[in-house]
Design a protein around this ligand. Structure first.
Ligand SMILES: NC(=O)c1ccc[n+]([C@@H]2O[C@H](COP(=O)([O-])OP(=O)(O)OC[C@H]3O[C@@H](n4cnc5c(N)ncnc54)[C@H](O)[C@@H]3O)[C@@H](O)[C@H]2O)c1
Length: 253
């Protein structure tokens, strides 16, 4: 028996990295999972991996910055599996490494659109579907260590990730008493597509990033996804509105 048997989860940014690990973990615990992304090939691979391991998953294409896509993604989840219990709003794009005067305005809009408006739209359409079956549920939004402290060169990323924490607290206060627990996670650096692109092949870059993390290494995506799973599990039944650092001590310094 899995702890999420009979439950349904929706994960965005599910084509790789933390989102893929989250889909896999939800499925390993027995949930039927809707994986969503704009990268259809990666999404299909996530579903294949889950099915190969004996789990249940489907894929739906959705750009989280687009209202119609997000509404369609949530509707598709309920159409496929009959209900919605958990959502992990996790889609994200990296910063450009440019200071504020040099940051193109359209790239600012894009970062805020995907990582802040995307989380707002996700919760806007997910919460009513979680409420409708009366059993409660949980939502986890992926913020970042850069949601707790600044990071030069990534202004929309940092602003969006700080915003996700406030949005999450507000949503938790609005719906906690109705049984929907809403929390955010603040990952440190995890070895994902986004980070590989950023680090390139350089051992020196990797050493610099590792040095930011007092634990002495960067994370595997699964170590981050485990926190999202815990926040949806009965083990966290009295936890709501928090921004949980999962970052090897990055913000403890
Ligand atoms: N990896 C890290 O070190 C790290 C650290 C802190 C926070 N995060 C956050 O974790 C989340 C997952 O990132 P990751 O590291 O797994 O990166 P990743 O690049 O492996 O995954 C991000 C996914 O989001 C998808 N995506 C991008 N724009 C989208 C859109 N408009 N609509 C739907 N999907 C979209 C991408 O296609 C990709 O599959 C992001 O929100 C990221 O900001 C990552």
């Amino acid at each position: 028996m899995g702890m999420f048997d009979g439950k349904v989860a929706l994960v965005t940014g599910a084509a790789s990295g933390i989102g893929r690990a989250s889909v896999q973990l939800f499925a390993e615990h027995g949930a039927a999972v809707m994986a969503s992304d704009v990268n259809d090939a990666g999404g299909a691979e996530t579903v294949r991996l889950v099915r190969e391991a004996g789990g249940t998953a489907e894929y739906v294409h959705a750009d989280v910055a687009k209202s119609a896509d997000v509404r369609g993604m949530v509707d598709a989840t309920v159409a496929a599996f009959g209900r919605l219990d958990f959502a992990h709003n996790n889609a994200g794009i990296p910063g450009l490494g440019l200071t504020i005067p040099d940051y193109p305005e359209e790239e600012w809009d894009r970062g805020i659109g995907v990582m802040l408006t995307g989380v707002f739209l996700g919760m806007k359409y997910q919460i009513p579907r979680i409420l409708e079956h009366g059993d409660g549920g949980a939502i986890v939004n992926t913020s970042s260590g850069a949601g707790l402290i600044g990071f030069p060169g990534m202004c929309p990323y940092v602003a969006a990730k700080h915003g996700v924490i406030g949005l999450t607290k507000t949503a938790a206060l609005e719906f906690g008493a109705q049984g929907v627990r809403i929390n955010s996670i603040c990952p440190g650096t995890a070895r994902t597509g986004m980070v590989d692109e950023w680090l390139g092949d350089s051992a020196e870059n990797l050493a610099q990033v590792v040095a930011l993390h007092p634990i002495g290494r960067i994370a595997a995506p699964r170590e981050i996804a485990e926190a999202a799973i815990w926040l949806c599990s009965p083990a966290s039944s009295f936890v709501m509105g928090i921004a949980l650092p999962v970052e090897g001590g990055y913000t403890a310094q």
